[in-house]
Structures are given as C-alpha cells and as structure tokens.
Write a protein that binds this ligand. Structure first.
Ligand SMILES: [Zn+2]
Length: 579
C-alpha cells in the first residue's frame, strides 16, 4: 500500500462524560478494506492493557456521509469495507477515566491522554506522516510536544510520533525555561504543597546536568514536562520529546519525599536519550499488536534507576551523605528479595509482561526487579570501570559510546552489541560478569566493589525492627489482620502459614492490628514457639511456629577509616560526575 493522507481530530465537548471524540480522515485508499487497530500496550510500560476495550460508537463514513460497512476482526482491529471509496472518515469515542501516566483521563477538571490509549493506527501505515487537530473544551489550553502549523494543526512524522506525544488539556499552570537555547515547558496540573519556583529551578538544574552528561548533544527541539499532582500518585512515562510524571500532591515539603520527586524527574528525563534513542533493536518502530520482548530492560531501566539518583546528587540537589543513604536502602531492599536467587535479571527483563507488571504475593519469592538489580549491576560496572582504569573510564563513557554509535543514529542494538560496547570501553571481557550476574543468580559482590571506593558496607537489623522473625507481610482489614505474603524459607513458610490466611490470635490473644504483632515479636526471642490461630478458607486452624532471626534489613555506607587517597579520589569523582 502506498502512503495515505491521515488526519486525526480529537474533541472533548462534554468532558464530564469522560469520552474523547476521535475522528480519523483517511485519503488515498486503494483497497476494498481498510484495517484500523488500537494498540494493546504502550511503549515504556510492559503490560498488555487492551486499549480497544474503551472504544465505543465506531462508525465509518464515505465523503458524502454514507455509512460504510465495517466489522470487528479481533479484540483490537476494526475492518472497514470501503465499497470503492478512496476517502473514509472514521469516528469513535474513547472512555478515558483511568488516571495514570500510561492511560487517559478526561474529567470536568482536565483532559490528559497518552496517544496509544486514544488513537487507532491504520494497519500497515504506522510510518506515514499524520496530522492532529485538538478541539479543547471551552476555555482550556493545550500542551503537547508536537510542532504546530499556522492553521493550528499539529504534525507528526509517523503514528509512532503521534502515539509518543502525550497531551495535557485544561487550565494547568505553565512554566518555561531554556537550556542550551532549547525551550522546555512544564505543564503543571493539580495543587498541593508544591513550591513552583523551586520545582522549576530544580528541574532546570536536572535538565542541565543530564544534557551536560551527553556533552549537550540534545536530540530534541523542544521538550515538555507534564506533571500531575494528585492523591497518592507516583509514576512516570518517557517519550522522545516529553514525559508525563505523576506524584503525590503533598510530596514537596518533606525533604526525602521531594528528593524522590526529583529522582523521578531525572529518571524520565534521562530516558530521552537512554531508552527512547539508546534502545534495544526491536524498540521503535514498535509492534503495537503484541508484547515486544527484550532481555535488556536491566540496562534500559536498571541503568536509568542507577543514574537518576546520581544525577540528583551531581546536580547538587542532595548531599553525598544522603545519596549514600539512599544507595544503602536500595542494597538492603535487594538483599531482602529471595527471588534474586530464583530468576536472573535477563529473564526478569524478558518476562516483565507477566512478572514485574503483574505483581502478586509470590513476586518477591520468584523474581527480582530489573530496575533494582539492574541499578546495582550498573553500580558494579561503574566501579569496575573506574577502578580498572584508575579513574580514567566509567560507565558514563559506556553511555556516551552507546549514544555515538547507536542512539544518535537512531539505531537499536542487540544484547551482543551492547556487551561489545561495554567490553570495548572496559578493554576487557565481561563474560564471567554476564554469566554470573546477568544470566545467573550469583550473589552480587557489592561490599567488595564498594570497598574499592573506600566505602564500608555495613548490614544490620534496623533498630526499630524486632529481632524475632516470622517472615510475613501483613495487611490490616476492618479490625483483623491478614497475611499478605509469606517469604520463601521463612519460619512462616516452614510452618504452613499461607498468604490470605486471617491471623486471629497470637498465643491465644486476639490480633487486633499489625502493631500488635510487631509488639509481640519485640517481646519474643528467636527460637521461641508461638501458637497462631488462623482462618483459612472459612475454617479455623492452629499452627505452632518457631520464630527465626530477622535478617539484616538496613545497609549503611560509610567512608572506611583506612581508605587510600586513590580510593578517596575515585569516590569523589563518582559522586561529583568527574572522570
Ligand atoms: Zn524508567
């Protein structure tokens, strides 16, 4: 099929109905049928979401307004019988009432859409240029990263670019700043305890830091941050020229929580290069009709999770001590995931679709996050490169090499090509590293690696945590306590305590809340036997459990007394971003 002319229009005449009205005018059709499809997933979020389920009132019209016959071919595809027409106008509505960065949200307050959740693509034409007209609700303004012509139409080089351009429509606040002569815009929806001036200044600082990391080789003309403030929100989704970030509206005054917001900003902004351009070979153009698999998410998301905190540090927005505390927390979290012995990070990457994005009570027992383990692998590689080269090389050089060779040329890489770049920069083989830590599940040599930076890694049980250990996560429900999950190889697992059991009594006493359990554990010793009454599947059961010893849940990183000047220099260069 030759290129068609494809013009999208999206309107929201009654936003309180949560329905976007979408119209697609297609010209230059030659066949008897025309297939249109809704994506089943959105790039950057590895879950089949079936966006087609929110589509209604589909119609297809000839230029004179005559309805054309159409049929639903599968869960995502609509087939229009053109009846010889060369131009067809398709209209449908999309129910948009899921407020996440990956979906769409239309209410009397605002409109937000992530392209994949509202726009059908013409099958076989995802690389054809398209135009978009947005009719905002009365009095609302539009923020979108696409270029606009004099007639108000937006233009995208392809469906991919259209789908990759989220929009915020409403009465949101707008802020602007420039970095290296490029305009950056922040569309801020919602209110809480934010300080806009500080937030804008800090985001600018992060943009400057990440851009400088890539030697100010900025791949976009213009960049848009859409930031949503809402109750309990947290999430971000990367795009080539934009990002949508959702955070809790009250996250801006507490220092630790605000730093987390800044890490999220740095994370999504780093993706502008790393993931959106420095990317696996099968990312972009995307196949929107099914899962796209890669064993490289530990590089794509893990490296990003490593650098996000480091950028906030290097931007001077947090102290070296606070950064090391954060890293300690990450290490402690990792060491408390039994699944790290069960599944490699390469497999966890590949299976994101059914594992990380579909968490259940067994997730931590059976898998390890490619974000978390990937970030610690990035740490190990970074330290190794710095130590082996006596400070002349680092993971930053690997990123730059990936950018020069692949990202800037908009070429993806295979897992082997990624490893080749790493080995070229490192000047040595990483075969054993990959076999043990990427494809394998060996314990990571974190203490040893950090020692090379003159840091001592200390593991302990947090002062607030009881020494006696049951090995369960608990959930409070209306005056009762339920077992949310049972940790592999814990006392609870060994004594037949199940997830979903209702924990009724501890040594014969009613368990009213989780604090009660914590208090009883605090009064117990490892080795004590407790009698638990539980309700399982409607029956009362009793279990005797021998309590264990709580494993370390806190990791601290402190400069070692005997660190050499060379180690101190490496530490300083790492924390400040010098190489
Ligand atoms: Zn990410």
């Amino acid at each position: 099929m030759h290129d068609l002319t494809i013009a999208y229009t999206i309107a929201m005449p009654e936003p309180w109905t949560h329905e976007y009205h979408v119209r697609i005018d297609i010209e230059g059709i030659t066949g008897d049928t025309l297939d249109l499809a809704m994506p089943v997933w959105t790039p950057g979020s590895y879950l089949v979401r079936e966006f087609g389920r929110h589509v209604s009132r589909f119609t297809a019209l000839a230029p004179d307004g005559t309805p054309l016959h159409w049929e639903r071919v599968d869960k995502a595809t609509w087939r229009v019988h053109t009846g010889g027409q060369t131009a067809v106008s398709v209209r449908y509505r999309v129910y948009a009432f899921e407020w996440t960065v990956r979906t769409s949200h239309l209410t009397s307050e605002h409109g937000y859409f992530n392209g994949t959740s509202v726009f059908m693509y013409v099958v076989g034409q995802t690389q054809t240029p398209v135009s978009l007209r947005i009719h905002p609700y009365e009095g609302w303004r539009v923020s979108i990263a696409l270029p606009q012509d004099e007639e108000g139409r937006y233009h995208a080089r392809s469906y991919d670019e259209l789908a990759d351009s989220p929009a915020e429509i409403g009465t949101h606040r707008l802020f602007r700043f420039e970095v290296q002569g490029r305009p950056h815009e922040i569309a801020l929806f919602g209110h809480g305890n934010e300080e806009p001036d500080r937030l804008v200044a800090d985001i600018q600082r992060i943009v400057e830091t990440v851009a400088a990391f890539f030697k100010n080789d900025i791949p976009y003309e213009r960049y848009l941050f859409i930031i949503h403030l809402g109750d309990g929100l947290r999430g971000g989704l990367e795009h080539r020229n934009a990002t949508t970030i959702a955070v809790d509206r009250w996250a801006f005054q507490d220092e630790a929580r605000y730093t987390d917001v800044l890490r999220l900003v740095a994370h999504e902004f780093f993706h502008t290069w790393h993931v959106k351009r420095i990317r696996p070979h099968n990312f972009d153009p995307f196949d929107y009709s099914r899962e796209v698999y890669t064993p490289l998410l530990w590089v794509m998301e893990g490296f990003t999770a490593y650098y996000d905190a480091l950028f906030v540090r290097r931007a001077g927005l947090t102290s070296p001590e606070a950064y090391l505390d954060y890293l300690g927390t990450r290490i402690a979290n990792y060491l408390n995931i039994p699944g790290r012995h069960e599944m490699s990070v390469a497999e966890s990457s590949l299976l994101a679709w059914i594992k990380l994005y579909r968490r259940d009570e067994n997730t931590d027992n059976s898998t390890v996050s490619y974000y978390l383990k990937g970030s610690l692998l990035a740490l190990l590689l970074d330290i190794d490169l710095r130590v082996q080269s006596q400070g002349r090389r680092s993971l930053d050089d690997v990123e730059w090499a990936l950018w020069e060779r692949y990202g800037r040329r908009d070429r993806g890489f295979t897992p082997d090509e990624f490893r080749a770049v790493l080995e070229e920069v490192g000047g040595r083989s990483y075969e054993a590293f990959f076999a043990r830590y990427v494809e394998g599940t060996d314990e990571l040599p974190l203490a040893e690696a950090l020692r090379a930076l003159g840091l001592h890694l200390h593991l302990e049980v947090d002062a607030g945590t009881p020494r006696a250990w049951l090995g369960v996560e608990l959930r409070e429900e209306a005056n009762t306590v339920r077992i949310a999950s049972v940790r592999r190889d814990s006392p609870a697992a060994h004594h037949d305590i199940n997830a979903n059991d209702l924990l009724l009594a501890w040594n014969g006493f009613y368990v009213r809340d989780t604090a009660f359990v914590r208090e009883r554990l605090r009064e117990s010793q490892p080795g004590d036997v407790v009698r638990l009454h539980l309700v399982r599947d409607g029956r009362l059961i009793e279990r005797q459990v021998v309590l264990g010893e709580t494993p370390p849940n806190r990791a601290t990183l402190r400069p070692a007394e005997d660190a050499t000047p060379e180690q101190q220099a490496l530490l300083h260069a790492w924390l400040e971003g010098l190489s």
